[in-house]
Design a protein around this ligand. Structure first.
Ligand SMILES: *Cc1c(COP(=O)(O)O)cnc(C)c1O
Length: 217
């Protein structure tokens, strides 16, 4: 399964985040032994429980909602945080990263879904958010791109429109704020059910769980 997904990603130059939430150490290790290095989890506690039983060269990505008071646990090792959606959270990541003399790569989570339930920066507040980021640069936090989740609907056109919106937002941010910054290059979008659409719309990081590991318990 993993190899066929990788073959689909290759022409797009996109990378695979293997979403291992609720999956066992054994299953993660099997995936690791096939060469997978980037694993995504959505809960801090679960990463902390798993990581010491797994090889140290795994790149852990936090893909779910992150509470400020939990940043300190993952700051020493996290490879990327996909879910930055408030300035307070960004400042806390910066502060904790500084303690470990690290720079933590992050993505800005944008609310692209029409559904009401999702986290993420509202598109209408994005300019304000960026102005504040630019006014007060954080040395230990590196904004590397954007992340979004499409609505949980069957309507492929709607999903496509939402992904297209995220790509446009990425392009706008790139030209306006990050034109000279080669690190600003990631568009994290696409899950098991919609990653092919996401790739066509410009995804650089697909977050796939169920399709790789089978259903979650
Ligand atoms: C669980 C999860 C995924 C993966 O979902 P699948 O449908 O199992 O591929 C991707 N992104 C986020 C933020 C998730 O929480």
């Amino acid at each position: 399964m993993r190899v066929s997904i990788l073959q689909q990603l290759a022409p797009f130059g996109a990378r695979l985040v293997a979403v291992s939430k609720t999956q066992s150490i054994e299953k993660i290790l099997m995936m690791y032994n096939q060469g997978q290095r980037i694993f995504g989890e959505n809960r801090v506690q679960e990463i902390m429980e798993k990581k010491d039983s797994l090889p140290p060269d795994i790149e852990w990505h936090l893909i779910g909602h992150l509470q400020r008071n939990k940043v300190k646990y993952i700051a020493p090792f996290i490879s990327m945080i996909h879910s930055v959606d408030t300035l307070d959270l960004a400042h806390e990541i910066n502060k904790q990263a500084e303690k470990w003399h690290r720079t933590i790569p992050v993505l800005l989570q944008i609310r692209i879904a029409l559904e009401e339930t999702k986290f993420g920066i509202e598109i209408t507040s994005l300019e304000d958010f960026m102005n504040q980021i630019m006014a007060d640069p954080m040395q230990n936090l590196k904004v590397c791109g954007v992340m979004g989740m499409a609505s949980f609907v069957d309507d492929q056109d709607q999903i496509k429109r939402e992904f297209r919106t995220l790509k446009q937002i990425f392009d706008n941010l790139k030209s306006k704020y990050y034109a000279e910054d080669s690190a600003f290059k990631e568009i994290s979008m696409g899950m098991s059910d919609d990653y092919l659409l996401a790739l066509k719309e410009g995804s650089t990081l697909v977050r796939i769980g169920t399709l790789l590991f089978g259903p979650r318990s």
